[in-house]
Design a protein around this ligand. Structure first.
Ligand code: AMP
Ligand code: MG
Length: 522
């Protein structure tokens, strides 16, 4: 790959694990261990993103080369690179979990292209010293979910890691999908993913928990120097600015999640990127009917810690853990607390602006809060599809009567027969307030539709769609993987030939494993 420009800053500058054996162990005084991917027995390229390839300096033709397949399946080590697994810790479901690390991710290298740096990482390429009791592998099912969703999120305008390629390993992987004692063999796969870096909140937490303060200082300074070069000033001032920056980008990411109805499912601190990008797609899901209490993750079904409506508070909680990790460098609680305290206020302001823009309301009014809260409540009275509701709301016109407006949104109801009496009444009241507001807006109907449609996607990777792609791929039919990949590149556009994907979740998918129920093995 002639334009792939290798530039390994992470491994060149940070303390490494002197041990080269691949045994599961506690790895101290280091940020990574060198480890080679496990060679797959018969790698086959399922899909690759030409855009992401180009981003990192790989041409379209090179994607089809043997070298690409070998490099991004882990079969061969690319010249001048030395793959490594990162050592980090984290809080899982609110509890300190100690050392975690890249148990099934292996970073191949950092590359430089057009003055940007990217880390190329394989997920599912075999065991590392951080694999704990697991196998370091990933199944085709979860790899398709990650591969497609990361790119769909990118095109929705949500900050995220990117997907470069999806490759079958040719090996079988044993998985107990629902942890109920029924393991079965599945096809193994490897996703190559790309990010500015894969540094997590948990990377810093680990060093502080182990009291490795010299390493902490070095690592924070390394991170700022290379990934946040805009941060300058006295060292302490820089650490505070760094925390502010992570808090800001994390907040922006969560506002986007709430805008498009994305539920991450496992917001542990080891799954939080310091770049404020969505990372580690596991048992994630998309809201179908608008329900702030919904989580796709069956592992979390008791407490629902990572439910849709809780994502903002969890982000703040996770930032609190990062603040604790940075504290030994700052030695002053007040500036970190100030940033944490302002997180929710700022979030609420941004959320409100985002929500109003989803409604096509761009001039503020005293009725803003009432209109938002009111809608959040009625959306839950009877199952209402979030994506369809907001998309179709743009069709409402200033001149419409309440009945006409209602007709434009009723396609979003899962159980139309329920929309009567109090529920119908509530909708009519809300629509009548909404119509009044529309009439006080300066924008014309035509102008508003354009703005609303750029915020409210028409197409998202609905849970059942991912499952359909998985079921077909299991039979070696990758048509749907490609169809969704292409469709979701333009999620805000009308694509008449794909109208069938602008549809409510079908009944079969309501309680289906893989659609509404996913576990951490996803
Ligand atoms: P997650 O919440 O899926 O991001 O993973 C939590 C931790 O478990 C991380 O340290 C992962 O690397 C590790 N892990 C998850 N799945 C596997 C696997 N199949 N093999 C080894 N480690 C894994
Ligand atoms: Mg993870």
């Amino acid at each position: 790959m002639k334009n792939l420009k290798i530039n390994n800053r992470f491994t060149a500058e940070l303390p490494t694990d002197p041990e080269l054996t691949n045994e599961v162990r506690q790895v101290k005084n280091t940020l990574f261990s060198f480890v080679n991917p496990t060679k797959p027995s018969n790698p086959k390229l399922v899909h690759a993103s030409e855009e992401v390839a180009e981003l990192v300096g790989i041409s379209k033709d090179e994607i089809r080369s043997e070298e690409f397949l070998n490099t991004f399946s882990g079969k061969e080590i690319y010249p001048e690179t030395q793959p490594f697994a990162m050592c980090y810790a984290g809080h899982q479901f609110g509890n300190w979990a100690g050392q975690l690390g890249d148990g099934r991710a292996i970073n191949l290298t950092e590359v430089e292209n057009n003055n940007q740096f990217y880390t190329l990482q394989l997920k599912g390429a075999g065991k590392t010293p951080y694999s704990r009791t697991a196998d370091g592998l990933a199944v085709l099912r979860s790899s398709i979910r990650e591969y497609l969703c990361a790119e769909a999120m990118h095109y929705l305008g949500v900050p995220t890691t990117r997907s470069l390629s999806l490759i079958l390993s040719g090996d079988q992987v044993l998985r107990d999908v629902l942890y109920n004692g029924n393991p079965a063999y599945e096809k193994g796969a490897i996703v190559a993913r790309v990010a500015p870096s894969f540094i997590r909140f948990g990377s810093f937490e680990m060093l502080t928990a182990r009291n490795e303060l010299k390493n902490l200082k070095q690592f924070v300074e390394f991170t700022i120097k290379h990934y946040f070069p805009e941060i300058t000033g006295e060292p302490k001032e820089q650490y505070i600015q760094f925390f502010q920056k992570v808090a800001d980008t994390t907040r922006e990411m969560i506002v986007h999640w709430q805008r498009v109805g994305f539920v991450h499912g496992v917001m542990n601190t080891d799954n939080m990127s310091i770049h404020g990008i969505t990372i580690d797609y596991g048992p994630y899901g998309w809201l179908e009917n608008y329900d702030p209490n919904w989580t796709p993750n069956t592992t979390d079904s008791q407490n629902r810690r990572y439910r849709f409506g809780n994502q903002p508070s969890v982000a703040q909680w996770n930032l609190f853990q990062l603040a604790n990790a940075l504290y030994p460098l700052v030695n002053e609680a007040a500036p970190l607390e100030k940033i944490l305290d302002s997180f929710m206020n700022n979030f609420e302001k941004d959320y409100k602006a985002m929500f109003l823009s989803k409604l096509g309301l761009f001039t503020s009014s005293e009725t803003d809060d009432k209109i938002i809260k009111g809608l959040e409540e009625i959306l839950q009275l009877s199952e209402t599809d979030m994506t369809i509701f907001f998309r179709n709301l743009s069709q409402v016109k200033k001149e419409d009567s309440v009945e006409e407006a209602f007709r434009k949104i009723e396609f979003a109801f899962y159980l139309p027969e329920e929309i009567k009496e109090q529920i119908l009444d509530a909708w009519q009241k809300w629509l009548s307030v909404y119509l009044k507001r529309l009439n006080s807006e300066i924008l014309s109907d035509e102008e508003r539709v354009i703005k609303m449609n750029a915020i409210n996607p028409k197409y998202v990777l609905r849970n059942y769609m991912a499952q359909l792609a998985i079921d077909a791929a299991d039979k070696e039919d990758y048509f749907l993987v490609d169809e969704f990949f292409q469709l979701l590149k333009n999620p805000y556009d009308e694509q008449p030939e794909s109208e069938k994907w602008f549809a409510k979740r079908p009944d079969w998918a309501r309680t289906n494993v893989g659609c509404s129920m996913l576990s951490c093995s996803s």
